[in-house]
Write a protein that binds this ligand. Structure first.
Ligand code: SF4
Length: 456
C-alpha cells in the first residue's frame, strides 16, 4: 500500500478519527456512489446502521452527528465546527435531511440511525451499513463501510483486497523498519530525504512543502485555541474541566522555566490539543484524533525550547514521523477498535520520538531506535474511555505519550542506534498483543476505567 504523509496527517474535527472523521467521509462517499447509479431525487428515505465499537462508543464519539453531516455533504476538513451545533439542531427539529445539500428527505433519527451494540459486520469492529429506499420502500442501494482508524475508510470489497487499492508505486518503497534502514544505507539518504522523494509521486515539491506547513499551521491554531479557551468545561456530561487555559496562564508567568516546568509545557501543549478535540474542534489526525495531541505537543516543545526549530526542521519532523506511521499502518494497525490505545497513543508516541530524533540530527538507526522505544513502553495499552467520551483517560494520556516520546528520542540519541529489540519486532508484538486483547479494552467502553468510575 502506498501511503502519503498527507494520509496520516489530515485536517479533521474532533473527537475521533475512526468514529467521527471516518464515518463522515463514508456517509458522503455512499451518496456519491448512489448518484453514479440513479439521481438523488429517487431517494425517499434512508437508513444507517452502526455496528461494534462504532455503536458502543458512537454517541460519545459523535458518530451519529458525523453521519448526519456527511449525508448533507460535509467533510471533516471543511465543515465549520462553530456552526455544527445549530446545524444538527436544525436537522433534529425539522426531522429532515438535505442529502448532499441537494435533495431533502424526511429523517426520523430513531428509525434511520440504528446502533447494533452486540453485532459486528464481518471485517472490522468499526462497521457501518448505509441503505437508501425509493417512495415505495424498495431498496435502491446498500453498501457497507469500515472505518479502520486515522480517518481511513474502506468499503467491503476494499477491506478484503487492500493490495488492489495500492495506488501509485513510490520510488523508494519500504514496508518494514529493516527495509527503511537498508534504503537509507544504500542511498546515503535520511528518512526525511527518502520520504521527500516518495511524496513527489503525488505532489510537486512546493505543494509538499506548503502542505506540510499548512498541517503545522492547523496544529498551532488548535493548540492556541485550547490554551486560550474561555470555556470552563468539556461537553458530554462528565463535567471534565478544561485545564490547559489555567496551566498556560500559570506557566507563561515564568520566563525562565525550570527543567521540571519544561515537562509542564509539554503536557500543556498535549492537553490543549486534546481538550479541543474533545470539544469537537478542528484538529489534525496525527495519526488519529484520540492520540492527536502527542505529535503537536512535541513539535510545540521544539518550537519553544529549541532555537533551531525552523521550517526545514518542521518538514523533517513531519516526514520522519510519517515514515514510522507508515510502518505501523502497514504492519499493524492505528485503530483502537483493533489494537487498543497502543494504536493511538502508542503509535503517536513512536512517531513523535522518531520526528524529534530526526530534528536532533540522529542517524536513521537512532531514529528507528527512538521509534522502537516509543512503542515498547506502550505495549498492552488498553482503550477504555469513560462514558464513551474521548476525555478520560485520553487527554492526560496524550501528555504521557508526549513525555515518553521526548525520553525515547533522548535515550536513542545517547546510544549508537544498536538495540536488541528491533522496530519491526515491536510493531509485530504490538499487533499480536492487540489481536489477543479482549474486546472489552478495544474502544467499547465495556471494561477498565469505563466501568470502574462511579456515576456522577
Ligand atoms: S483510550 Fe486511547 S484509544 Fe481509547 S479513545 Fe482514548 S485516546 Fe483513543
Amino acid at each position: 500500500m502506498s501511503i502519503s504523509v498527507f494520509d496520516l496527517f489530515k485536517v479533521g474535527i474532533g473527537p475521533s478519527s475512526s468514529h467521527t472523521v471516518g464515518p463522515m467521509f463514508a456517509a458522503k462517499r455512499f451518496l456519491f456512489n448512489c448518484i453514479e447509479h440513479f439521481p438523488l431525487t429517487q431517494i425517499a428515505s434512508l437508513k444507517t446502521e452502526l455496528f461494534g465499537s462504532l455503536a458502543l462508543t458512537g454517541t460519545g464519539h459523535g458518530t451519529n452527528n458525523a453521519i448526519l453531516l456527511g449525508l448533507e455533504g460535509e467533510e471533516p476538513a471543511s465543515v465549520d465546527p462553530e456552526l455544527i451545533p445549530a446545524r444538527l439542531e436544525g436537522i433534529r427539529n425539522s426531522k429532515k435531511l438535505n442529502l448532499l445539500n441537494e435533495h431533502i428527505v424526511p429523517f426520523d433519527e430513531k428509525k434511520s440511525l440504528v446502533f447494533f451494540h452486540d453485532d459486528l459486520l464481518p471485517h472490522h469492529s468499526n462497521g457501518m451499513r448505509f441503505s437508501v429506499f425509493d417512495a415505495d420502500g424498495i431498496k435502491l442501494r446498500g453498501e457497507d463501510f469500515y472505518s479502520i482508524g486515522g480517518g481511513f475508510v474502506l468499503n467491503a470489497e476494499e477491506i478484503q483486497n487492500t493490495t488492489e487499492i495500492d495506488g501509485p508505486q513510490v520510488p523508494f518503497p519500504f514496508h518494514t523498519g529493516e527495509e527503511l534502514l537498508e534504503l537509507c544505507a544504500k542511498t546515503g539518504m535520511t528518512c526525511r530525504e527518502l520520504m521527500w522523494i516518495n511524496e513527489q509521486t503525488w505532489r510537486s515539491e512546493s505543494d509538499i512543502w506548503e502542505g506540510l506547513l499548512e498541517i503545522w499551521g492547523v496544529m498551532q491554531e488548535c493548540t492556541q485555541r485550547g490554551m486560550s479557551s474561555t470555556e470552563t468545561h468539556l461537553p458530554g456530561g462528565l463535567n471534565v474541566r478544561r485545564r490547559a487555559p489555567g496551566l498556560y496562564k500559570e506557566l507563561k508567568r515564568n520566563q525562565e522555566p525550570s527543567p521540571a516546568e519544561l515537562i509542564d509545557w509539554l503536557s500543556l501543549f498535549a492537553m490543549a490539543v486534546n481538550e479541543e478535540n474533545a470539544a469537537g474542534g478542528r484538529i489534525v489526525t496525527a495519526p488519529t484524533n484520540g492520540g492527536g495531541g502527542v505529535i503537536p505537543a512535541v513539535m510545540h516543545y521544539c518550537q519553544r525550547f529549541r532555537k533551531d526549530f525552523n521550517e526545514d526542521k518542521i518538514i523533517t519532523f513531519l516526514l520522519t514521523s510519517a515514515a514510522i506511521g507508515i510502518l505501523f499502518k502497514e504492519g499493524a494497525s492505528i485503530s483502537a477498535a483493533e489494537v487498543g490505545c497502543q494504536g493511538e497513543i502508542g503509535v503517536a508516541c513512536s512517531m513523535a520520538a522518531a520526528g524529534l530524533a530526526a530534528v536532533m540530527d540522529c542517524t536513521p538507526r537512532q531514529i528507528t531506535n527512538a521509534a522502537e522505544i516509543g512503542m515498547e513502553h506502550n505495549l498492552g495499552l488498553t482503550c477504555d474511555p469513560v462514558g464513551g467520551l474521548v476525555q478520560i483517560p485520553c487527554i492526560e494520556r496524550n501528555t504521557m505519550g508526549a513525555i515518553k516520546a521526548l525520553n525515547a528520542a533522548r535515550l536513542a540519541r545517547r546510544g549508537d542506534g544498536n538495540h536488541i529489540i528491533s522496530l519491526d519486532k515491536v510493531i509485530a508484538t504490538m499487533y499480536k498483543t492487540g489481536k489477543e486483547m479482549s474486546h472489552l479494552y478495544k474502544e467499547t467502553s465495556l471494561g477498565g476505567l469505563a466501568v470502574n468510575v462511579p456515576e456522577c
